[in-house]
Design a protein around this ligand. Structure first.
Ligand code: PLP
Length: 345
C-alpha cells in the first residue's frame, strides 16, 4: 500500500529546502576537512557527528529487522514526538488525539506547537473506547497517539485494534513502544506495508538501559522519513552518543539477560504487592513498572520516601485514582521495597 504524505505534511515543510550541513554534503574518509569551520586539533570530539547516524542506524536496522530507509533517530523519543507534531500539525489549526491516563509528552509537545489536544479517557480496563475515537476525529486531526504497553498502567493494546483505526484514519497513527521489549507481544512494525500511516516509536532509554545517552528510534515509511529529516536539527545526536549506543547495541546477550531478569522480578514484586493489605489493586504489567492503587497513596508515598525509596504518584482522575507507579529495580532494591512496605502501619 502506498501513501501520499504530501497531503499530510505542513505546506511550509513540504516546500522547505533542508538546511544542508557540511558533514551531510561530504561523505568519505581520509580527506583534509576544511569545510565545517571545525578546530583542526584532534581532541576526539573536534569533528561534527554524522548527521544521519549511518553506522548506528545500520545496527538498529539489523536489530529491529527494518530497512535503514525507514529510520529516524532522535535525541530521545521525546525529540521524535516533537518532530512528528511539528511536521504534520499546523499551529492554531490542527489537533491530535491522546488517551488519558497516558504519557504526557504528546500533550506538552502539541501545546508548545500551538496544536489542540483532544483527550479521550480510557475505559475501566485502560483500553481506548474504539467507537468513540471517530466521534472526536475531524478533518483537522493529524495524529492519534497510542502508547503500548501503556504508561502508567503497563497494559498492551491489541495490534488488530490499532490496524482497524489506522485503516479508517487519514492522519498518522503513532504507536509509542517505549516498553515493548518487556512485553510478549509483536511490535506494530509488523503493520508496515499494510498501514503506511503507522509510525512506531521505540527508545534505548528503558530496556537497553541507556536513558542518559538520549537515543530514540522512529520507524516510518520512507516517504515520511524524508520530511522528518528536513525538520530534524542536523546534528541532533552527538558523536559520543552515537559511538556509545553502537557499542551497547552489539551486546544483545547482556540485553536479553537483563530484560529477562527484570521481567522475572516484575512477576515476583507483583505477587508480593498483591499480598499486601495496603494496596487495593495492583495491575498486570507488560512493562518494567507496576501500578499499585490505594486511597492512602500519599501516606504510602511519604512512608517510602522516609525509607529512601522514591516511587511516582500517578493520581489521574477520573480513571486513575491513588496510583503509585513503581519501577522494577534490581533484586536487592525490590527486596528492600517489599521489606519496607510489609511494615507499613
Ligand atoms: C520513557 C518513555 C519514553 C522515552 O523517552 P526518551 O525520550 O526516549 O527517553 C517515551 N514514551 C514513553 C511512554 C515513555 O514512558
Amino acid at each position: 500500500m502506498e501513501m501520499e504524505f504530501e497531503n499530510l505534511v505542513r505546506e511550509n515543510i513540504r516546500e522547505l529546502e533542508a538546511y544542508s550541513c557540511a558533514r551531510g554534503e561530504f561523505e568519505g574518509a581520509g580527506a583534509v576537512l576544511l569545510d565545517a569551520n571545525e578546530n583542526p586539533f584532534a581532541s576526539g570530539y573536534n569533528r561534527y557527528p554524522d548527521p544521519y547516524q549511518r553506522e548506528l542506524k545500520q545496527q538498529v536496522a539489523r536489530l529491529k529487522e527494518v530497512d535503514v530507509s525507514r529510520l529516524v533517530l532522535g535525541n530521545g523519543s521525546d525529540e521524535l514526538i516533537d518532530m512528528l507534531i511539528r511536521t504534520v500539525c499546523v499551529p492554531g489549526r490542527d489537533n491530535i488525539i491522546v488517551f488519558s491516563p497516558g504519557y504526557s509528552m504528546y500533550e506538552v509537545s502539541a501545546r508548545v506547537n500551538g496544536t489542540e489536544v483532544r483527550n479521550l479517557v480510557l475505559d475501566d480496563d485502560f483500553m481506548p473506547e474504539w467507537e468513540g475515537i471517530f466521534e472526536r476525529v475531524d478533518e483537522r486531526t493529524r495524529i492519534i497517539f497510542f502508547c503500548t504497553p501503556n504508561n502508567p498502567v503497563g497494559n498492551v493494546i491489541p495490534l488488530d485494534e490499532i490496524r482497524r483505526v489506522a485503516s479508517r484514519f487519514d492522519g498518522l497513527v503513532v504507536v509509542d513502544e517505549a516498553y515493548i521489549d518487556f512485553a510478549d507481544v509483536p511490535s506494530a512494525t509488523s503493520l508496515r506495508g499494510e498501514c503506511p500511516n503507522v509510525v512506531v516509536l521505540q527508545t534505548l532509554s528503558k530496556a537497553w538501559g541507556l536513558a542518559g545517552l538520549r537515543v530514540g528510534i522512529c520507524m516510518a515509511e520512507p516517504g515520511l522519513v524524508k520530511y522528518l529529516n528536513k525538520v530534524k536539527p542536523p546534528y541532533n545526536i552527538g558523536s559520543v552518543t552515537q559511538r556509545m549506543a553502537l557499542e551497547a547495541l552489539k551486546n544483545v546477550d547482556l540485553f536479553r539477560e537483563r530484560v529477562e531478569e527484570i521481567k522475572q522480578e516484575r512477576e515476583r514484586v507483583l505477587v508480593a504487592l498483591r499480598g499486601m493489605a495496603c494496596f487495593e489493586r495492583v495491575y498486570d504489567s507488560e512493562a518494567n513498572f507496576l501500578l499499585a492503587c490505594t486511597p492512602c497513596y500519599r501516606e504510602v508515598y511519604d512512608y517510602l520516601l522516609a525509607h529512601g525509596l522514591v516511587v511516582r504518584v500517578r493520581h489521574i482522575p477520573p480513571r486513575l485514582e491513588g496510583g503509585l507507579r513503581i519501577t522494577i529495580g534490581t533484586r536487592e532494591e525490590n527486596d528492600l521495597l517489599i521489606r519496607v512496605l510489609k511494615d507499613f502501619r
